[in-house]
Design a binder for this molecule. Structure first.
Ligand code: HEC
Ligand code: HEC
Length: 149
């Protein structure tokens, strides 16, 4: 009986020690029983200026908005512009050859499933100050642009 009362309290989201709502640092003040609201995204950078890569194997970041571009098993909106056969018309940068190679190194005549979900690797940018400082230095060829110590 006593155990049930304790469980009842815990499930109700009440901190037994303080009597207040249960919260944890990662969730902020949102009680355990409520759903956290993710911060709203602002306006992604949409200036169409291709950004320099910090190291040669970096997936280039996306210089345009991608809101509501469908990417699922039925359709890939990115490929509508970026597929190699579409770029004459779309003027987009064609996906590189690497995107046509499967995991055993075979070159395919269609995009590899490894590279189908573009947003796994390519991301839009927001005009906001970085949350965490970063002194990463890229390839020596790019070192000139790295911040001085
Ligand atoms: C309507 C056509 C169109 C669609 C759809 C589109 N793009 Fe683009 N994308 C472009 C064009 C054109 C550029 C060249 C820069 C510019 O004009 O924005 C570009 C640039 C890029 C670049 C920069 C490449 C580099 O080397 O700097 C990336 C990465 C990219 N797009 C990824 C994507 C992804 C991922 C999607 C789907 C979520 C997508 N694009 C959908 C037209 C498109
Ligand atoms: C597994 C990670 C990954 C996925 C998924 C992926 N890419 Fe890439 N992409 C990269 C990397 C890494 C590079 C740079 C090196 C290279 O070209 O392979 C790149 C390069 C590019 C470039 C620049 C090509 C150039 O010649 O400058 C474009 C455009 C691009 N990707 C578009 C796409 C689109 C569109 C999709 C989805 C259909 C996609 N990528 C999926 C990792 C990925």
């Amino acid at each position: 009986m006593k155990l049930r009362t304790v469980l009842g309290f815990a499930m109700g989201g009440t901190d037994l020690r303080t009597g207040g709502a249960v919260s944890d640092a990662a969730r902020g003040p949102t009680p355990i029983t409520a759903t956290t609201e993710p911060p709203r995204l602002g306006n992604a950078v949409n200036d169409d200026n291709r950004l320099k890569r910090n190291y040669s194997q970096q997936p280039p970041v996306i210089p345009h908005r991608i809101d509501s571009y469908q990417v699922d098993k039925n359709f890939n909106k990115c490929l509508d512009c970026h597929a190699r056969e579409k770029t004459d018309f779309s003027q987009a940068i064609p996906v590189s050859d690497t995107h046509y190679i499967d995991r055993s190194g075979k070159v395919l005549n269609h995009i590899s499933t490894r590279r189908y979900f573009c947003k796994q690797c390519h991301v839009v940018q927001e005009n906001v100050p970085p949350l965490v400082g970063n002194r990463f230095r890229g390839d020596p060829a790019d070192a000139a642009s790295a911040p001085k110590k």
